[in-house]
Design a protein around this ligand. Structure first.
Ligand SMILES: Cc1cc2nc3c(=O)[nH]c(=O)nc-3n(C[C@H](O)[C@H](O)[C@H](O)COP(=O)(O)OP(=O)(O)OC[C@H]3O[C@@H](n4cnc5c(N)ncnc54)[C@H](O)[C@@H]3O)c2cc1C
Length: 422
C-alpha cells in the first residue's frame, strides 16, 4: 500500500515507522527543515532544550509509547524516574504558601494534606469509584462535591497543569479517572536517553531502513479526495497519489486541506470547536542540582508553575558536563492567552522564590498556543482517529486515545489507527 503522511511529528513518525516496517511504501511530508515537530531537541549553550516536550515519557518504559517503539524495533531507551513524582507542600498543612518552609512528599501521599474527615472520605471514594467511575462533570466539580477543600483543588490543578496543561475545571472527570487508572496500569514517568530527539531519531532510522522517505521543507497544500476517499496529497504543486493518507496535524487543519471535496459539514463544524491546550515552558541551566532527583516536582502552591523536572539526573548529556537542565511548566488558561507576558513574569517569580540562593540561569522561555500548542486537542475532547473521508485518518495529539497522557495518548491513537486500517 502507498501511504502519504502529513507531518513528521511523533504521531507521523510512529505511524510511518510501523507501516514501513510492515512493508508499505511510506512518504512523510514535513513543512519544516527538521523532523520531530514538538518532540525534538534544540541546542542552547550545550543544553539540549526541546521544541516542545519536557523530555518526559509519562508512563516510562512500561507504557504504550515504549511498547510501540519496541514493536517497530526503534533503538530508543527510556529510563524510569525515581521517584515518579513528589509534591512540594508547606511544612504546616494549613499554610497557603511556601514562606513558612516546605517539604516534599511522595505523590501517592497527597491525601495527607487533607483534613482527617476528608482523608477518611478519600479512602471510601477510592474504593467506590474503582467499581463506578464518576461521569458527566469536570474533575474540579467532582472534587468540590466530594473533597471540598483548597488543598485538594490545588493538588489537582497542579497535576492537570503539569500532565495535560489544563486546569482541573477543564478536564472531564472520566478522563481524569482514566489517566489515574493508566498510571496504575503502566507505571509512572521516564526520561528518554538523548531526550525527545533520541526517540525521534530512532523512529526516523526505522523509516529510512525500511525504504520510507521523510521529505523535509515539503508542506502539504491539499488532500486529494475522489468519490469520498482520500487518493493522495499535493506538495509544491505536485500530486503524490496514495492509497492511504495519515494526517499528524489535527482534525481542523486536516479538514481545511480537503479543499475540493464535499467533506461532511457536521464534521467540519464540530472540529472547528476543538480547543488546543496552551502553556509556557521555562528552561533553566544550573550549576548545581535544583531538585536532586529525576521525578517530577509538583508545586501546587506556586502562582503559576505547576511542576518542574531535572532530566540530567537520568541523562547528564542533556547539559554540558557538571551542569543540570531543569524545566518548569505552567498551563495557560484560554482566557489568559492574551496576557502571556504577565503569565511568564509570574512563572519566573515562582522560580526565583523556589530556588532562591541557587546558582542557575534562565536559558529560554517558550510559549505554546494556537498553531504550536501543548496539545492540539485538550485531553478528553479528542474526536478519535477516523474522518468522514475514507482512507484518511488523523493521528498525533489532536487524536489521542482515552486516558492517554500526552505522547502516551499519541501512541494509543496510533495503535488504534493501525488496527482500523488493517
Ligand atoms: C511545553 C510542552 C511540554 C510538553 N511536555 C511533554 C512531556 O514532557 N511529555 C509528553 O509526553 N508530552 C509533552 N508535550 C506534548 C508533546 O510534545 C506533543 O503532544 C507531541 O510532541 C505532539 O506530536 P504530534 O506528532 O501530534 O504533533 P507535532 O509535533 O506538532 O507534529 C506535526 C508536524 O506537522 C508539521 N506540519 C503541519 N502542517 C503541515 C503541512 N501542511 N504539511 C506538512 N507538514 C505539516 C509540523 O511542522 C509538525 O512538525 C509537551 C508539549 C509542550 C508544548
Amino acid at each position: 500500500m502507498k501511504v502519504a503522511i502529513i507531518g513528521a511529528g511523533l504521531g507521523g513518525l510512529l505511524t510511518g515507522a510501523s507501516l514501513a516496517k510492515d512493508g508499505h511504501e511510506v512518504d512523510i511530508f514535513e513543512r519544516l527543515p527538521v523532523y520531530g515537530g514538538r518532540f525534538t531537541n534544540i541546542d542552547c549553550k550545550g543544553f539540549q532544550l526541546s521544541t516542545g516536550a519536557l523530555h518526559m515519557v509519562p508512563h516510562g518504559p512500561g507504557g504504550p509509547l515504549a511498547s510501540l517503539l519496541r514493536d517497530v524495533g526503534a533503538d530508543a531507551e527510556i529510563v524510569r524516574c525515581n521517584p515518579m513524582a513528589v509534591i512540594r507542600v508547606p511544612k504546616n498543612r494549613k499554610e497557603k504558601d511556601y514562606n513558612g518552609g516546605f517539604k516534599d512528599i511522595p505523590f501517592n501521599q497527597f491525601g495527607t494534606q487533607f483534613s482527617l474527615w476528608h482523608r477518611i472520605k478519600l479512602f471510601f471514594l477510592l474504593a467506590s469509584t474503582k467499581k463506578n467511575p464518576p461521569t458527566g462533570v469536570s474533575f474540579e466539580e467532582w472534587i468540590n462535591h466530594n473533597l471540598n477543600e483548597n488543598n485538594a483543588r490545588k493538588i489537582a490543578d497542579s497535576f492537570c497543569g503539569w500532565a495535560l496543561s489544563l486546569r482541573s475545571k477543564d478536564v472531564p472527570v472520566e478522563e481524569a479517572f482514566s489517566i489515574v487508572r493508566n498510571l496504575y496500569k503502566y507505571g509512572g514517568t521516564g526520561v528518554p536517553i538523548g531526550g525527545c530527539k533520541g526517540i525521534s531519531d530512532a523512529l526516523a532510522d526505522v523509516i529510512n531502513q525500511n525504504g520510507g522517505h521523510i521529505h523535509l521543507k515539503s508542506e502539504v497544500e491539499e488532500i486529494l479526495v475522489e468519490d469520498g476517499a482520500a487518493s493522495g496529497v499535493i506538495v509544491g504543486g505536485k500530486e503524490y497519489p496514495a492509497d492511504l493518507v495519515i494526517s499528524d496535524i489535527g482534525h481542523p487543519q486536516t479538514a481545511s486541506l480537503c479543499k475540493n471535496s464535499d467533506i461532511d459539514a457536521e464534521y467540519t463544524r464540530n472540529v472547528e470547536d476543538i480547543k488546543a491546550s496552551a502553556g509556557v515552558k521555562i528552561c533553566l541551566g544550573a550549576n548545581e542540582p535544583l531538585i536532586g532527583h529525576s521525578g517530577v516536582l509538583l508545586t501546587p502552591l506556586c502562582r503559576r508553575i505547576n511542576g518542574i523536572n531535572e532530566v540530567t539526573n537520568i541523562d547528564p548529556e542533556l547539559a554540558p558536563p557538571g551542569k543540570h537542565l531543569v524545566m518548569a511548566h505552567q498551563a495557560v488558561t484560554w482566557d489568559r492567552i492574551g496576557n502571556l507576558e504577565e503569565e511568564i513574569e509570574m512563572g519566573l517569580k515562582d522560580l526565583e522564590e523556589l530556588f532562591a540562593g541557587k546558582d542557575y540561569e534562565v536559558l529560554l522561555v517558550q510559549s505554546y498556543h494556537n498553531g504550536w500548542p501543548v496539545n492540539r486537542a485538550a485531553s478528553g475532547s479528542d474526536p478519535g482517529n477516523k474522518t468522514p473521508v475514507e482512507n484518511l485518518y488523523v493521528v498525533g495529539d489532536g487524536a489521542k486515545g482515552e486516558g492517554g497522557i500526552e505522547i502516551e495518548g499519541i501512541a494509543l491513537g496510533v495503535m488504534n489507527t493501525l488496527s482500523l486500517i488493517q
